[in-house]
Ligand binder design. Structure first.
Ligand SMILES: C[S@@+](CC[C@H](N)C(=O)[O-])C[C@H]1O[C@@H](n2cnc3c(N)ncnc32)[C@H](O)[C@@H]1O
Length: 242
């Protein structure tokens, strides 16, 4: 998926109807954020800005970044129309952010949309530059083991297989990687995993919308949230505990 691809679907992405992100993932992601309030949070690949308002209620400053200007425009419009007080900056290019500027980072459903491992690594390294050394980063992804039944059952080990995602009228591509490939990418970019959480849906959510839930609804997790820190801080923690 290129910037142009995301620009082209920005309007329909903002209007997803049966939206398991909003119902299940975003509340879980917000609950997984550190309890501290204040400081600066980065929403990397913020898309249409669903998390901007809740983040602005928790942090002094929100940096909402997305390389696709039309996605970012949607985020900015949503923020303007909310009339919430708070400091939000909308950035197409993270290179404008100074080193170690950010206290908490999150990236929701971003990395699975990037085809090339080198671009994933570049993005993870850029986030490491922007976050202060001991800052947490939360990454949310469609659960690589369970979200896409056909992939999990038939070619789980494929690294980088495209997956056609269809949400109502909206169509785009994700790229499947097994857990081992994700962990290797995170480690190569210098990140250390501190925690995992798995996010489930509920069959009633679909039934209430006149839809048939999948046979796995509520039984297998839809999303995986990975909490990481930059590796150096692990060594520092170890030194301190000696
Ligand atoms: C599936 S959307 C997710 C948007 C939002 N974070 C959410 O959870 O709804 C993926 C977003 O990642 C952005 N994106 C794609 N490649 C990126 C990259 N290399 N760095 C940052 N964002 C990227 C796209 O422009 C798009 O807005």
């Amino acid at each position: 998926m290129t910037v142009n691809d995301w620009n082209a679907i920005a309007a329909s992405y903002a209007q997803i109807e049966c939206d398991t992100r909003r119902q299940f993932l975003f509340p879980a992601l917000l609950a997984a954020l550190p309890a501290v309030s204040g400081g600066t949070v980065l929403d990397f690949g913020c898309g249409c800005g669903d998390l901007v308002i809740p983040l602005a209620k928790r942090f002094h400053r929100v940096i909402a970044h997305d390389p696709a200007p039309r996605m970012l425009e949607r985020a900015r419009r949503g923020w303007d129309e909310s009339h919430c007080p708070g400091a939000v900056e909308f950035l197409v290019d993270t290179r404008d952010i100074p080193d170690a500027e950010v206290d908490v980072g999150l990236a929701s459903l971003v990395f699975q949309t990037i085809e090339e491992p080198d671009r994933i690594l570049a993005a993870l390294e850029e986030i490491a530059r922007i976050l202060r050394p001991d800052a947490p980063l939360l990454i949310a992804m469609s659960h690589p083991c369970f979200q896409f039944e056909t992939i999990a059952a038939s070619r789980y080990g494929d690294n980088g297989s495209p997956i056609a995602v269809t949400l109502g009228e909206l169509r785009f591509l994700d790229y499947h990687r097994p857990l081992s490939a994700w962990v290797a990418l995170f480690a190569t970019a210098g990140w250390v995993i501190r925690g995992l959480s798995e996010v489930y849906d509920e069959p009633s959510y679909y039934r209430n919308r006149g839809l048939q839930p999948s046979r796995f609804a509520g039984k297998l997790p839809l999303f995986l949230v990975v909490e990481m820190k930059i590796g150096q801080s692990v060594h520092r923690d170890e030194e301190q505990s000696k």
